[in-house]
Design a protein around this ligand. Structure first.
Ligand code: ADP
Ligand code: ADP
Length: 174
């Protein structure tokens, strides 16, 4: 089955993606197995960004005898995102994501599993967030409408704590 995660930067896509099991493939497929990192974050934000891209994706999948089965829409107020983005820390090689306030590592600046250093992405600033959010509202929200018409969108309460969002994702995919 094919799955798309849509939501503004910082809405929690990367945090929830590890719980998505093998029976669901993240679109685009070629990115599905990449570990999240600074780049993966933008890949999850990246496709499809416009309705034209969504249509092209549908055509491509149709040729393969497949389709987008489900779209998880991370619904969240813009006002919450700045604090999420500016507090984000990443373990580059695994893509594990932390937050200084909402998901702190056991030792500050250090990955819980490997003990290796965490990094902040240079684009995780209020200013870059602002322009990404503008693009999201201008282009990508219409992609959600496009999939809504196919009745495959599940709206998640992405402002809730991570574990509650996880339960919602599990419910939708079960
Ligand atoms: P995205 O992949 O959509 O850009 P992330 O999953 O990287 O978003 O989350 C952005 C930041 O917010 C990270 O620092 C992460 O630890 C934190 N975060 C993710 N989900 C939640 C949540 N439900 N509540 C609070 N903070 C969260
Ligand atoms: P960002 O997330 O900061 O926009 P990316 O690395 O995702 O950075 O993209 C770099 C540039 O390519 C940006 O200008 C972005 O608008 C554009 N871009 C990336 N992915 C797509 C896409 N799927 N469709 C259209 N433009 C894209």
């Amino acid at each position: 089955k094919r799955l798309i995660l849509i939501g503004p930067p910082g809405s929690g896509k990367g945090t929830q993606s590890p719980i998505i099991k093998d029976e669901y493939l993240l679109v685009p497929l070629s990115y599905g197995n990449e570990k999240p990192s600074c780049q993966k974050g933008s890949i999850l934000d990246g496709f499809p960004r416009t309705v034209v891209q969504a249509q092209k994706l549908d055509e491509m999948l149709k040729k393969q005898g497949s389709k987008v089965d489900k779209v998880l829409h991370f619904v969240i107020d813009d006002a919450i995102l700045e604090e999420r983005i500016t507090g984000r820390w990443i373990h580059p090689s695994s893509g594990r994501t932390y937050h200084t306030k909402f998901a702190p590592p056991k030792v500050p600046g250090t990955d819980d599993v490997t003990g290796e250093p965490l990094i902040q992405c240079k684009d995780d600033t209020a200013a870059v967030l602002k322009s990404r959010l503008e693009a999201f509202h201008k282009q990508t929200e219409s992609v959600i409408d496009y999939y809504s018409k196919k009745s495959i969108v599940a709206n998640l309460h992405a402002e809730k704590p991570p574990k509650e969002v996880t339960s919602e994702v599990e419910k939708v995919l079960s």
